[in-house]
Design a protein around this ligand. Structure first.
Ligand code: GUN
Length: 295
């Protein structure tokens, strides 16, 4: 396809952050409430540290109070739960995020479910998942990655996706399942694929909207894509490539971009597509939480 749109997630996220900053200034001036985001990280996973640093930087740029709590890798379940109880009770904290994955000795589900639903800006609490699944999107915190993907899809296709086939590759609780709820709410016909799906390429070829969220570098090939489809690449994979005899690290998505860009109508790049939007949506969720607490 000659006129493929490369969706600029970075630019859209910057626009969103600007409007969040303006709304934050108004909230501080009119109500004396400054949005507070607490990010909890356990251990020293290098990728998680990069994500957490980016979240803190963006939160500060938006005018939020941003506090990072770094716990030792060998922290006990009780220590993590005690910190969350303290943040739950703190009225200056509007959003709590526990960076995943957690070290193996910790019970991830018990920890994510211990966050007050009203401060669960990740949208992982069963109450928020239930609201989203039931179609009560306005009352729920929607997980940031699918919410960001949805805004980019709306930009291309509008809010009503009636008659369009959406195919999601990946059935995670963080992306695949909430993405399906959002697309369904927008009237798309939704298929969720996973590792046990038979003939994945032919299912993918039916998609007007293809969302790849599996964590396998460059798995989705050009001939999996319906000409003109919108392709949302959620993957962030680090691979090593040989550049003129030199081994270099490269960030790639779950989609083979070079192939896909020739077929798709619109596509998100990696980096610069979904990633910045995820962070912007975290800020939006935190602002909403602060606004709710002030009303
Ligand atoms: N790890 C990878 N993605 C996410 C996310 O969206 N939220 C949290 N808390 N951890 C993550």
């Amino acid at each position: 396809m000659a006129n493929t749109t490369i969706i600029d997630g970075k630019a859209k996220a910057a626009e969103l952050s600007e409007s969040i900053t303006a709304a934050t200034t108004a909230l501080v001036e009119k109500r004396g409430v400054k949005p507070g985001l607490s990010v909890v990280i356990v251990g020293e996973d290098p990728a998680s540290q990069v994500y957490v640093r980016n979240k803190k930087r963006t939160a500060e740029a938006c005018g939020f109070n941003s506090v990072q709590h770094t716990l030792a890798a060998d922290s006990s379940q009780e220590q993590v739960l005690a910190l969350i109880q303290q943040l739950n009770a703190d009225p200056t904290v509007h959003g709590i995020l526990v960076q995943l994955p957690l070290p193996a000795q910790l019970n991830e589900q018990e920890i994510t479910q211990s966050i007050l639903p009203d401060k669960d800006v990740d949208g992982f609490h069963f109450q928020n998942i239930g609201m989203l699944t039931a179609g009560h999107i306005d009352g729920a915190f929607v997980p940031c990655t699918p919410a960001g993907c949805m805004l980019m899809i709306e930009d291309q296709l509008g809010k009503d996706l009636s008659g369009l086939n959406a195919v999601i590759i990946g059935r995670s609780n963080i992306v695949g399942k909430p993405m399906a709820s959002l697309l369904l709410k927008a009237n798309a016909t939704v298929t969720i694929c996973h590792s046990r799906t038979k003939d994945l390429p032919s299912v993918a070829r039916n998609a007007d909207i293809l969302v790849a969220a599996v964590g396998r570098p460059q798995m989705v090939k050009g001939d999996w894509i319906k000409p003109g489809a919108i392709v949302i690449d959620v993957g962030i994979n680090r691979i090593q490539v040989d550049v003129d005899g030199e081994i270099k690290n490269r960030l790639v998505g779950d989609v083979d971009f070079e192939e896909a860009v020739k077929v798709a109508g619109a596509i998100t790049p990696v980096p610069g597509g979904v990633g910045p939007m995820t962070i912007a949506l975290l800020m939006l969720n935190t602002l909403r939480s602060a606004e709710r607490s002030a009303s």
